[in-house]
Design a binder for this molecule. Structure first.
Ligand code: ATP
Length: 367
């Protein structure tokens, strides 16, 4: 089994909570799909319905194009990995990994061989005789992964499998898990509220809010062209600048976006002009990522906005400027796109913001 399709799936719990609201979603063969959203948005409920642990109130769940609403969990060829690892404390690592094979009645000799293969692939071949309490968090999660992959399932379901680990180990394991899953070619649905995890691991990300699916796409699509305002504000750190603006089309030559007492002019042949031109005379919300903006000296030719730097934030790999433009504030990344002052090398542009600050005491233009 390798594909999953949810068709208009709704889950209402007996107390009236609508945990999942009319969701349709396809997971392709071998695809790594991440369900992303804040706590309580219904991600785990979707996963539990695919696993057969919850029944949809309405709609259909298809596994390999077959209706599976009433299929018992054991007949779904699914392996689940949870955040609490759910290992048996009294069993050794080897027995924990072998457990699904024992249930299926596989001979001891064959089991031992398979366990050794999987454990070696996961780098835990040397701890097979230990109990879970004698392992580190990362090792425990590898054991849980081992137990999930040993049966060669058609589909992995993972519910925040890394959330109990510290951040360094999380980053390491997320790379390991995505490499392993891709090597195995097993379709995966991975639940997380951590956007870094989602954007780095996913083939496609499905973003949920209050039971409703907001957007589905590759990490580049959902980050670069978010389908809703919610997704635009939710994805990315710093948060996308979202500015209310009025749109005016000037004789098919350029488009002006009026932001407070300033205007941002887009040439007509700019693809973004066409996207907003049909809102002529209306108010819209314009989204600008900090990394798409570059601070420059005030009155620099070509600067699109003028503002006052309120403060700087240094993050090691980047510096952010919080800039007041009229009544609103925007965030600007020091390492934004190249500007028209002759400097194009990213390294040489480092430190520009500090210099702009020093020379112009907070006043700055934004390109
Ligand atoms: P988290 O990241 O915190 O696990 P989630 O996005 O996975 O959250 P779910 O666990 O799917 O969210 O829960 C979705 C909503 O359904 C929540 O409001 C939750 O309180 C509610 N819910 C979950 N299980 C039940 C249940 N058995 N009975 C009633 N409401 C439930």
């Amino acid at each position: 089994m390798s594909t999953v399709a949810l068709k208009d799936v709704t889950k209402v719990f007996p107390d009236g909570t609508v945990a999942v609201d009319n969701i349709s979603l396809d997971v392709n063969d071998g695809e790594f799909m991440v369900l992303l959203g804040p706590s309580g948005c219904g991600k785990s409920t979707v996963l539990r319905m695919v696993a057969g642990l919850e029944q949809p109130s309405r709609g259909a769940i298809l596994l390999d194009n077959e209706l599976a609403n009433d299929l018992p969990p054991r007949d779904r060829r699914i392996a689940m990995v949870f955040q609490d690892f759910a290992l048996y404390p009294h069993m050794t690592v080897g027995d924990n990994i072998a457990f699904p094979l024992r249930l299926s009645g596989m001979e001891q000799e064959q089991r031992t061989e398979r366990v050794a293969d999987v454990a070696n692939a996961l780098g835990i071949g040397d701890v097979l005789g230990r109990k879970p309490s004698q392992l580190s968090g990362g090792q425990r999660q590898r054991v849980a992964m081992g137990r999930a992959i040993i049966r060669r399932p058609g589909l992995f379901l993972m519910d925040e499998p890394l959330s109990n680990l510290d951040s360094g180990l999380r980053a390491e394991l997320r790379a390991e898990i995505s490499a392993l899953v891709r090597e195995l070619g097993v379709s995966t649905i991975y639940v997380t509220h951590d956007q870094a995890e989602a954007l780095t691991m996913a083939d496609r990300v499905a973003i949920m809010r209050k039971g409703v699916l907001q957007d589905v796409g590759t990490p580049t699509q959902v980050y670069g062209r978010p389908a809703t305002l919610y997704v635009a504000a939710f994805l990315g750190s710093p948060r996308m600048n979202l500015l209310e603006s009025s749109v005016y089309v000037h004789l098919d030559r350029y488009v002006a976006l009026h932001l407070g007492d300033q205007a941002l002019y887009l040439p007509w042949d700019d693809i973004r002009s066409r996207a907003v031109a049909h809102y002529h005379g209306e108010r819209i919300v314009v989204g600008m990522r900090a990394e798409a903006l570059t601070p420059v000296a005030p009155d620099t030719p070509g600067a699109v906005l003028q503002g006052r730097i309120r403060y700087l934030e240094h993050h090691g790999h980047e510096s952010l400027a919080f800039v007041d433009i009229g009544a609103t504030a925007i965030v600007v990344d020091e390492m934004g796109t190249p500007v028209a002052d002759g400097e194009s090398d990213r390294g040489r542009r480092s430190g520009r913001l500090g210099k702009v600050m020093q020379r112009f005491a907070g006043r700055a233009g934004v390109l």
